[in-house]
Design a protein around this ligand. Structure first.
Ligand code: ACO
Length: 321
């Protein structure tokens, strides 16, 4: 039993923050942001718009592309670090929005690698016949935990959601997934508040994403380059066999460094960072859907997904689309 990607979808909120907008908010410049990150604009939720709204639209887009409804699913996984509420989990809330009933739904918080973790878990459940068709969503509203007075982080993040429908197939599909984590890096990239730590201090001031950008950058480049080689080697393929590399869109320079180490031309990399910014766990399914819908990604092509984020957590998936 194998798993294939049946369809994809994504959604970005209508409101856009450009680099020029940031020039009016903090001491920065369009030139600096483009040169250091590759970002030109990012989509941001409006007041009252939530992550669940984004996830619902991305999920409906993937269901629509497959000609399926919520009753045709038997699993929903939502990867996110910005859930609407602590419980019910985002998977259950999404199932309710879509009109499904009875089958398992949950969410997982693995920062930017969450979608890859979700893909690996859904793949395992399909391969062991515990479900036949899964909706896996990555959705974030990072703007809700971004400090718009901190120029070193606020220019990076955007909101959005991406979704895939996975289903049982007689041929792979998902060829291999590799997952990793190392909590020794927990202080380099984190959001400091949570339920068990207590929300008392939040009443006095909001908490925000904290990041030691330079250190994250260095570890991300080395780790992701090694991970790509590990994944390709384990599958007995090389970077020349890849049709498309669909990386987590955190920083164009990180992606360029990995491409250089792999000997992969930039023309074979799906890049959405200029338009989306860093949308954490949503970035890979969003980029995937963009490239599927504009015709770059075709059936039968070999794709490599790779993500790295807070924890650190990181993971890859090698996929025959
Ligand atoms: N505009 C202008 N100057 C800035 C800005 C800004 N927006 N931000 C920082 N600077 C300044 C700094 O203050 C510093 O000035 P100084 O030299 O006078 O002290 C200078 O620019 C260089 O700062 P660095 O932090 O060294 O800049 P760097 O080139 O490392 O770029 C960045 C910063 C873009 C954050 C980079 O480190 C990065 O992308 N890191 C990795 C982020 C990442 O991948 N996170 C992982 C995923 S996170 C997630 O997905 C949720």
């Amino acid at each position: 039993m194998y798993t294939r990607i049946r369809s994809t979808g994504h959604y970005v909120p209508e409101r856009v923050l450009t680099n020029q907008d940031f020039e009016r908010m903090v001491t920065t410049s369009d030139e600096w942001i483009r040169a250091r990150t590759g970002i030109e604009r990012r989509h941001i939720v409006s007041p009252g718009e939530t992550n669940l709204d984004l996830c619902e639209k991305a999920a409906r887009s993937a269901l629509g592309a497959a000609g399926l409804g919520a009753e045709d699913l038997d699993l929903i996984l939502v990867a996110t670090t910005t859930p609407n509420q602590v419980f019910p989990n985002m998977g259950v809330l999404l199932q309710d929005r879509l009109g499904g009933h009875g089958y398992p739904c949950t969410s997982l918080e693995s920062a930017c690698a969450g979608f890859i973790y979700g893909l690996a878990i859904a793949n395992s459940l399909i391969q062991t016949s515990q479900c036949r068709r899964a909706l896996v969503v990555g959705g974030e509203t990072l703007s809700r935990i971004t400090d718009y007075t901190d120029r070193s982080t606020c220019i990076l993040f955007g909101d959005g959601a991406g979704a895939v429908i996975l289903e049982a197939a007689s041929e792979p599909g998902i060829i291999a997934t590799h997952l990793h984590a190392d909590g020794a890096y927990k202080d380099l990239l984190y959001y400091p508040s949570g339920i068990s730590l207590g929300f008392d201090r939040l009443r006095e001031s909001r908490d925000f994403i904290r990041m030691k950008g330079g250190e994250v950058f260095r570890v991300a480049v080395n780790t992701l380059s090694q991970l790509a080689l590990e994944t390709l080697e384990a599958a007995g393929v090389t970077s020349t066999d890849l049709s498309w590399f669909v990386p987590h869109q955190a920083n164009l320079r990180i992606i360029q460094s990995i491409a250089h180490k792999l000997g992969l031309p930039m023309e074979r990399i799906v890049l959405t960072i200029a338009d989306h910014g860093n949308t954490s766990t949503a970035s890979i399914p969003m980029a995937l859907d963009v490239a599927v819908r504009d015709g770059r990604i075709q059936r039968g092509q070999l794709l490599l997904f790779e993500a790295f984020g807070g924890g650190f957590t990181w993971g890859s998936a090698l996929v025959r689309y």
